[in-house]
Design a protein around this ligand. Structure first.
Ligand SMILES: Cc1cc2nc3c(=O)[nH]c(=O)nc-3n(C[C@H](O)[C@H](O)[C@H](O)COP(=O)(O)O)c2cc1C
Length: 234
C-alpha cells in the first residue's frame, strides 16, 4: 500500500520532447492498456476506445498539425498562474507562469503562438488518443457527468501504470475540440459519432527534466469532519 501511495505521489507530467528512437515496447503498452481495462466506470460501461499511434509517418503528420490558442484559454489560464515559486507554495493550487510564453502571462498583451507551442503534439514515440461516444451516457447522468468521471479514472490508470514502468507521460487535452481535433479524427479515421476525450504522449524524455515545483493543498484544506466547514479529520 505504501508503494501505491508513493507511486500516486510521484506520478507527474513531463512536458519535454521525448526521444523518438526509444520506443515503448509492446509488452509495456499491453500493461498500460491492461491498467485502463480495469478502471472503474459508471455502470461498468467501459465508455472508451483508445487508438495507439506509433507509426512514424502518422506521428509526423500529427506532429505537423498547428493549433491556435483561444482567448478564453489565455484568460482562464491566467487565473491559475503563480509568478514565483513562493507564490505557488503559498497558494498550493495552479501552475507556475514560467511554463507559458510571456505573452500568455501578461494581461492585455495579444497572445503570440511560439513555433513549438503552436504544435500540439511534440515529438514522441507513442500517442494515445482516447475516444468516447457522447450519445451513450451513463443512466440518468445529466451531461454524461458520470461517463466523464469514468474517463478520468481510466486516465489515472494509464498514467500511474506508465510512470510505474518509468515511462514519461503528458496529457494533451487542448485539442479535443476545435480544428485540430477535426484533423486528428480525419487522419486516424475516427467515426463521426466518437469524440476525442483526451490524448496522451508516452515516451522517455530526451533531456534531463528541469526542477519542477509540484504543490498540493493540505488534507486540512479540503477535508471536513462530519459537517462542512469543520476542517480536518480530527
Ligand atoms: C483532465 C486533465 C487535463 C490536462 N490537460 C493537460 C494539457 O493539455 N497539457 C499538459 O501539459 N498537462 C495537462 N494536464 C496535466 C496537469 O496540468 C497536471 O496534472 C497538474 O498541473 C499537476 O501536475 P503533475 O501532473 O505534474 O502532478 C491535464 C491533467 C488533467 C487531469
Amino acid at each position: 500500500m505504501q508503494d501505491l501511495l508513493k507511486l500516486i505521489q510521484e506520478r507527474h507530467s513531463t512536458r519535454l520532447p521525448f526521444d523518438p528512437d526509444r520506443p515503448i515496447r509492446e509488452e509495456e503498452l499491453r500493461q498500460i492498456l491492461e491498467a485502463a481495462r480495469w478502471a472503474p466506470t459508471a455502470h461498468n460501461m467501459q465508455n472508451f476506445e483508445i487508438i495507439v499511434v506509433d507509426d512514424k509517418k502518422i506521428l509526423e503528420e500529427l506532429g505537423a498539425l498547428k493549433g491556435a490558442i483561444s482567448e478564453t484559454f489565455i484568460q482562464e489560464n491566467y487565473q491559475q498562474l503563480s509568478f514565483s515559486e513562493e507564490e505557488l507554495l503559498r497558494k498550493k493550487v495552479g501552475v507556475l507562469a514560467t511554463m507559458f510564453p510571456p505573452s500568455w502571462r501578461t494581461p492585455g498583451v495579444k497572445p503570440v503562438m511560439e513555433e513549438g507551442r503552436s504544435r500540439p503534439f511534440p515529438v514522441c514515440p507513442t500517442l494515445l488518443i482516447v475516444l468516447y461516444d457522447p450519445s451513450k451516457r451513463a443512466p440518468a447522468s445529466e451531461g454524461d457527468f458520470l461517463g466523464i468521471i469514468s474517463l478520468g479514472c481510466m486516465m489515472q490508470n494509464l498514467w500511474l501504470e506508465s510512470n510505474s514502468l518509468g515511462i514519461d507521460f503528458q496529457i494533451i487535452s487542448a485539442i479535443a475540440g476545435g480544428p485540430v481535433g477535426i484533423e486528428v479524427k480525419r487522419i486516424l479515421a475516427v467515426p463521426e459519432n466518437l469524440k476525442i476525450a483526451f490524448t496522451a504522449r508516452l515516451g522517455y524524455a530526451a533531456a534531463a527534466p528541469p526542477h519542477t515545483l509540484r504543490v498540493r493543498r493540505d488534507i486540512e484544506d479540503f477535508s471536513h469532519h462530519n459537517h462542512f466547514g469543520n476542517k480536518g479529520i480530527g
